[in-house]
Design a protein around this ligand. Structure first.
Ligand SMILES: Cc1ncc(COP(=O)(O)O)c(C=O)c1O
Length: 411
């Protein structure tokens, strides 16, 4: 069969309409859904884990008959179980799994046409900024950047050609919290799509669709994968409006997640709740330590009652997560701190089992122009900590000696 014939292929993908909203699995709590997935067990064999269907293609029983699968770029049973599980967890209708978060965002941007304008959080992952500005800007999409945690700035920046609002909450790396319900009201009023990058909290702690988001995206590389070993990305749609468009884009471009990485991600999801609970518990202890440390200036953690977004976070999330950023009093202490780490890893990612310290200025946010970076607070004194699941005492001891330039205070 010619896989380029979209009409024929669409007929073979039984799930094109998304998940069954009457499915029994939707009645479970999030933690149970994480463990059991959308299907519970593999229906064909009773396998407790959906097997890795490592096949590029699927034979048809007869002409005009289908198993529901034809070609793995279009649909693969392992990936489909993952996609359905993510759609269920996000309270969406349909999800697609891609080879990375950037692949997912890139597909999403192809919904727009030359001359369309997208409003974006001014504090966001540097790679997303680079994709917007240097790649899609070249093809005529327009982007402007506002502090979405100040909702009035969004309203003021809407233009006649605005088609979407794209935001991260909490933002990366400054941990600004955006009022999802307020943004949804603006997006509905102006008939623009509300897109939320939910990477920092995952659907365990935050479900933006419940607050009016139309589209959720993820770097599944972070909390969803959770072990610093897989790259993945997701697009989740709240309803059926864009299903056909995203479907056509994704099967045409072909950047989907492999069966093996889909399986690994399903395996990772089973422990997302306990990982995040532990990461958050450790984060509380580390924030307390950082706030009292002599070389530390400001600490940004949304679970800290002193954080400006604390009350809002309590209203729209079920947890605060494991991401902390903090500034040192002296820029000169940053490099010695990074160089003296023994347990905590100096690396640029987040959401995994290992605690990571990142220097956003030179790593994750290097693509963002200095003026915009400074305005957001991403400067030469700022560090970002992704809290892992180790013993918090060990992490704190390591951070302490590193912040003191390798000098142990005898802890
Ligand atoms: C908030 C956020 N969104 C998207 C991405 C891109 O995801 P990936 O690295 O999986 O392509 C990242 C990566 O760091 C991120 O932090």
């Amino acid at each position: 069969m010619e896989e380029s014939n979209l009409d024929i292929l669409a007929k073979t993908v039984k799930d094109i309409k998304g998940i069954d909203k009457n499915s029994a699995s939707l009645r479970y709590q999030t933690t149970t859904q994480l463990v059991r997935g959308y299907s519970g067990i593999d229906k064909a064999t009773g396998a407790v884990n959906t097997p890795v269907y490592q096949s590029a293609l699927f034979a048809h029983p007869a002409f005009d008959e289908s198993t529901g699968f034809s070609y793995s770029r279009v649909g693969n049973p392992t990936r489909l179980e993952l996609e359905n599980t993510i759609a269920m967890l996000e309270h969406g209708l349909k999800a697609w799994a891609f080879a990375s978060g950037m692949a997912a965002i890139s597909i999403l941007l192809k919904l727009f046409s030359q001359g369309d304008h997208i409003l974006v959080s001014n504090d966001l992952y540097g790679g997303t900024y680079r994709l917007f500005t240097t790649i899609y800007g070249k093809f005529g999409l327009e982007f402007s950047y506002v502090d979405t945690s100040h909702t009035e700035e969004i309203e003021a920046a809407i233009r006649p050609n605005t088609k979407a609002i794209f935001l991260e909450t909490p933002s990366n790396p400054m941990m600004n919290v955006t009022d999802l319900q307020a943004v949804s009201a603006i997006s509905k009023k102006h008939n623009v799509w509300m897109i939320v990058d939910n990477t920092f909290l995952s659907p365990y702690f935050q479900k933006p669709i419940d607050f009016g988001a139309d589209i959720v995206i993820h770097s599944g590389t972070k909390y969803i994968g959770g072990h610093n070993d897989i790259l993945s990305g997701f697009i989740v749609l709240a309803d059926s409006e864009l299903i056909e468009q995203i479907y056509t884009l994704s099967i045409s471009e072909g950047g989907m997640l492999s069966p093996f990485d889909s399986w690994l991600t399903l395996r990772s999801l089973k422990t997302l709740a306990i990982r995040l609970e532990r990461q958050q518990e450790n984060a509380f202890k580390i924030v307390k330590f950082l706030k009292a440390h002599p070389v530390v200036d400001q600490v940004h953690y949304v679970g800290d009652p002193d954080h400006p977004g604390y009350e809002l976070s309590k209203r729209q999330t079920t947890g605060f997560g494991g991401m902390i950023s903090f500034s040192l009093k002296r820029a000169a202490d940053v490099v010695p701190t990074l160089n003296h780490l023994k347990l905590v890893l100096f690396a640029e990612s987040l959401g995994g089992t290992e605690t990571l310290l990142t220097f956003p200025l030179v790593q994750t946010h290097a693509a963002i122009p200095e003026e915009m970076r400074e305005k957001a607070g991403v400067n030469d004194r700022l560090l970002r900590l992704s809290v892992g699941i180790e013993d918090a005492e060990d992490v704190i001891s390591d951070l302490d000696q590193a912040l003191r330039g390798g000098r142990d205070d005898g802890r």
